[in-house]
Design a protein around this ligand. Structure first.
Ligand code: GRF
Length: 199
């Protein structure tokens, strides 16, 4: 078997998507996790990744203030040391500079909790509810310089119920994220960039 595809994952919080990605990379999966890194040293996902034997790193973004490039330069040290082939953003809540995304062009994925191109940015579930939408969902896409805008690798849909609020909707979408992201990563790591939505 050739060397597995090396996957690094960036998180900012609990990392539930990261955990599903890490746990999916076993057996005949073409990829293996090589690093989980966070902009928040207190991110709960770091301990959960370490429990699974995945190397972790934390670079606190706060000392860098508004200097995004300086924060990214610090983040790149452990990141490049892990020699990732693919970079997955999973609940990573920092905006990345075009220079950073360009460095990983064509090999960086993100999961966004809406049916892009609807609702780029934040508060996606509340915006769908406020708009009176009857369906919500999540999208895995390649990351480009434009926020939440790259080629879509897959989407999963969730019916909105009359009694939903943002929290109840987010909880059902998150379950679908946990199925969608590992499926998209496995295809992407095998060289398949075709879009495939979950039924
Ligand atoms: C999820 O809604 C994901 O779509 C968004 O961040 C939220 C938390 O993700 N990007 P996780 O539990 O930290 O993976």
């Amino acid at each position: 078997m050739s060397a597995p595809t090396r996957v690094a994952i960036l998180i900012s919080g609990g990392g539930s998507n990261m955990l599903r990605l890490v746990d999916s990379m076993t057996g005949d999966h073409p990829a293996r996790p090589v690093l989980v890194a966070s902009n928040d040293p207190a991110a709960g996902g770091l301990a959960r990744a370490a429990e699974r034997g995945v190397p972790v790193a934390a670079v606190d973004h706060r000392p860098f203030g508004r200097d995004r490039a300086a924060f990214e330069a610090a983040l790149l040290e452990p990141l490049l040391a892990a020699r990732p082939d693919i970079l997955c953003l999973a609940g990573f809540m920092r905006i990345l500079t075009p220079e950073f995304t360009q460095r990983f062009a064509g090999r960086m994925l993100n999961i966004h909790p809406s049916l892009l191109p609807k609702y780029r940015g934040l508060h996606t579930h509340q915006r769908a509810l406020d708009a009176g939408d009857d369906v919500a969902g999540c999208t895995v896409h390649e990351v480009t310089a434009e926020l939440d805008d790259g080629p879509i690798l897959g989407q999963a849909r969730v019916a909105i119920r009359p009694e939903d609020d943002a929290d109840s909707l987010a909880a059902r979408v998150l379950v679908r994220e946990h199925a969608l992201y590992p499926a998209c990563l496995r295809r992407f790591a095998a060289g398949d960039r075709a879009r495939r939505d979950l039924p």
